[in-house]
Ligand binder design. Structure first.
Ligand SMILES: [Zn+2]
Length: 257
């Protein structure tokens, strides 16, 4: 299901857990021993993830054998924060930590969540790369935070979780205009005219390019390649369900010591 070209294979697989949840995991993060999961409809309630994130976060952290969980009020911008304790860490779209045992939880209903881990396990993070956050530079901002904490981009592993795929993600002219303003002329590569005459924005290749520009090696970038609009049976989708859509969670942490 890998549709976005030059990066390595996604290595994203679904797995049934003993508690009955169905979750997605990336082989590249499992190989590093970095606890992570992408939840589905068969897991923590998608309305709970959206409306009572602290409760959902605690359930997920406990299942992952992590002591606490931090999350963001996601605002579709280009700022990334660092945190050391659980709970709501602030208003931003990138979050990192170097605290062992602390889960970081990103919420999505079509937007790509990009999980990031340092291969030496110094720190982990995520970026909520909605179209607005993507063009506002959320990937370089989150990688820059990790660099502040001693990470070298060359040692980072990045995994782009299920999200609206290029075949389905139709956008208006204002998105194209904002992308050219935010990203520059390279933005042309990320838009294709769709069958209905409107542009499709490829959030996967746009974020792969942002990761490469930030110094993450191509072979360390993994794209699940699963579209949430096509797989609305597995994932809530804002585009498919509108305001009523729940959220799924993408979670990463450093193992407890
Ligand atoms: Zn699709």
């Amino acid at each position: 299901m890998n549709q976005s070209g030059a990066h390595s294979e996604g290595g994203f697989q679904f797995e049934s857990l003993p508690n009955g949840w169905l979750v997605g995991r990336f082989a590249a993060l499992q190989a590093l021993g970095v606890p992570h999961m992408v939840t589905t409809r068969q897991g923590p309630d998608v309305d709970l993830v959206r409306d009572d994130t602290p409760t959902a976060a605690r359930q997920i952290a406990e299942l992952m054998k992590l002591s606490d969980a931090a999350f963001l009020e996601q605002v579709h911008g280009g700022d990334a924060l660092a945190c050391t304790t659980g709970g709501q860490a602030g208003f931003a779209d990138g979050l990192i930590t170097e605290m062992p045992g602390l889960a970081l939880l990103g919420k999505s209903g079509d937007c790509p969540i990009i999980l990031l881990a340092d291969a030496r396990r110094r720190a982990v993070g995520f970026a909520h790369a909605s179209w607005r956050a993507t063009v506002a530079g959320i990937v370089p901002a989150t990688v820059a935070r990790l660099v502040e904490f001693g990470c070298d981009p060359e040692n980072l592993v990045a995994c782009i979780c299920p999200s609206a795929g290029p075949e389905c993600y139709e956008v208006g002219q204002e998105v194209r205009a904002a992308a050219f303003e935010g990203i520059g002329r390279q933005a042309a590569e990320f838009f294709e005219p769709g069958p209905a005459g409107k542009d499709h924005f490829n959030l996967w290749t746009a974020n792969v390019a942002a990761l490469r520009c930030s110094g993450v090696p191509n072979e360390a970038i993994h794209v699940a390649g699963v579209c949430t609009l096509c797989r609305n049976d597995v994932f809530p989708s804002y585009r498919r369900e509108g305001e009523m859509a729940g959220r799924f969670a993408a979670v990463i942490g450093l193992p407890s010591q």
